[in-house]
Design a protein around this ligand. Structure first.
Ligand SMILES: Cc1cc2nc3c(=O)[nH]c(=O)nc-3n(C[C@H](O)[C@H](O)[C@H](O)COP(=O)(O)OP(=O)(O)OC[C@H]3O[C@@H](n4cnc5c(N)ncnc54)[C@H](O)[C@@H]3O)c2cc1C
Length: 457
């Protein structure tokens, strides 16, 4: 009798860039807290946790781990419209929260520019958006419910279990699984776009005098145009009573993005296309009057960026943070590194954030400007090495200006750069040892940056 053929299926967890396929042992999609606890306590070995998988450097998975996909754990737990507060399960997306709260004229207070991310994934990177007068997401979090490595479930707030509150938010899943989050909401309102174009060297003063303390501004970012980086379009959205120019209160989830990805590829393919966008397309767009609901403006879908194919080339993000007074000096170095290395940058979005209220791995321990670099790279080994090279150079530059870099992207930083950029990393590691001594919550990303601490280096 012939032996039946052994069936082996490789379970791959990858991220949006498709650069980090990781073969895990098992994938589970729990739908209740009891199921989540059971998955943890009845297993042994490493557990990796994923939300939307939009982080880009092995943050969501580890080879041979039990992978917990949180996206089915996505209900609203409680909602108090009078207090403008909501409690949600961590696998829910911003978009689902928006759909629920819009009828109550409420909005998410702080989130990213796109709405596809899960709340758990966003809390774990301590995300930020284009909001003026706000800082990182942690500033709008009232409480989290956290599943620890020993199987216990605790509530952490800025006052109760505070060290876990400040370590788990921005902790990339290392402290435990965020089960629920209670968030402060705010009012939905109509916002009107205003655009000012200027030479880059004038932006900082413009921001200080016109934007920073203007309480009418809800969203603001500035587009720094490649490949010269000497011109900026400062785009603000101010509260208004004017009628909306788009009736929809939220972007339709059925929207078909047929021209946007093609335009992104066109801009990536040619320098003349980058200039065409800067001098013609964007000015034309910005001349159109635009009044949107805040929720509409916060409900963008990442599909608008998605190229037809990521096999040979893919798009990635990088982000660098500098103290506000270092804006001009850093911009010059940013431009020089990107130009010298011929990095195919599509866009640099400049944002501002007020300081973090205390997370251990804070990227905004002071008031900062953020530079979000959106670029295209090849997927072959040579292209990966090239990306690592210029990324490390930019990290050097940002560290020299007393700044830091953002962790959800490819882990190009050396462990030494990580420790310089996140000076409380040793404290983070001590908490990790205290709450997860067997290192159950792990990822490819953490195995790179926490291993030197474990080895006592
Ligand atoms: C097109 C694009 C635009 C972006 N724009 C912004 C932006 O404007 N601002 C910004 O700050 N970032 C931005 N990002 C980065 C993005 O915010 C982060 O990658 C965020 O983590 C994505 O959420 P996610 O649900 O995909 O998380 P994932 O990528 O799935 O997970 C991120 C981290 O969180 C951990 N995690 C996930 N769920 C849990 C949980 N329940 N408990 C514990 N740990 C968990 C994972 O292990 C991982 O370490 C952008 C990314 C892309 C691709």
């Amino acid at each position: 009798m012939t032996e039946p053929k052994q069936q082996t299926t490789t379970l791959i967890v990858n991220d949006i860039t498709l650069l980090n396929p990781i073969a895990v042992a098992k994938i589970v999609t729990p739908q209740s807290e009891a199921e989540l606890v059971q998955q943890l306590v009845t297993s042994s070995g490493a557990v990796s946790v994923g939300g939307g998988r939009y982080s880009q450097g092995g943050q969501v998975a580890l080879p041979d781990s039990l992978h917990i996909d949180m996206r089915s754990y996505n209900n609203i737990v409680s909602f108090e419209p009078d207090k403008k507060q909501i409690t949600v399960q961590a696998g829910i997306t911003w978009r689902d929260i928006q759909t629920y709260i819009d009828a109550y004229e409420l909005s998410v207070k702080i989130m990213q520019s796109y709405a596809d991310f899960t709340v758990g994934g966003s809390l774990s990177v301590n995300a930020h958006g284009r909001y003026i007068g706000e800082g990182p997401l942690i500033n709008s979090v009232l409480a989290i419910r956290l599943l620890l490595a020993d199987g216990s479930v605790i509530t952490a707030t800025p006052d109760t279990n505070r060290e876990l509150f400040y370590a788990a938010i921005g902790g990339y899943g290392a402290m435990g699984i965020i089960l629920e989050a209670s968030l402060q909401l705010t009012d939905n309102c109509r916002v009107q776009r205003q655009v000012a174009s200027m030479a880059t060297q004038h932006y900082r003063e413009f921001f200080q005098t016109q934007i920073r303390d203007n309480s009418a501004i809800v969203f603001h970012n500035a587009v720094l145009y490649p490949p010269q980086y000497n011109q900026i379009a400062a785009v603000s959205w101010l509260t208004t009573d004017n009628p909306v120019t788009v009736d929809r209160r939220l972007l339709s989830p059925d929207t078909r993005y047929w021209w946007q990805p093609a335009l992104t590829d066109f801009v990536a393919d040619y320098d003349f296309a980058k200039r065409l966008r800067q001098h013609w397309l964007d000015p034309l767009l910005y001349r159109q009057p635009a009044v949107h609901w805040r929720n509409y403006e916060a409900s963008y879908d990442v599909r608008e960026l998605e190229p037809a194919d990521r096999t040979k080339q893919t798009f990635g993000l990088r982000e660098y943070f500098v103290p506000v007074d270092k804006f001009d000096a850093f911009v010059k170095q940013l431009a020089a590194v990107l130009q010298q290395n011929h990095v195919n940058v599509l866009n640099v979005s400049v944002r501002h954030a007020l300081p973090d209220k205390g997370s251990v791995l804070a990227w905004a321990s002071q008031e900062i400007f953020a530079f979000v670099v959106y670029y295209r790279q090849g997927t072959d080994e040579q292209a990966r090495q090239h990306t690592e090279l210029w990324s490390q150079q930019l990290i050097e530059a940002v560290l020299a200006h007393g700044g830091t870099y953002y962790l959800p992207y490819q882990p190009s930083a050396t462990p030494e750069q990580f420790q310089l950029a996140y000076p409380r990393a040793a404290e983070f590691f001590q908490l990790k040892q205290q709450y997860d001594p067997q290192n159950r919550f792990n990822s490819q990303f953490w195995s790179k940056y926490l291993a030197p601490f474990a080895a006592g280096i």
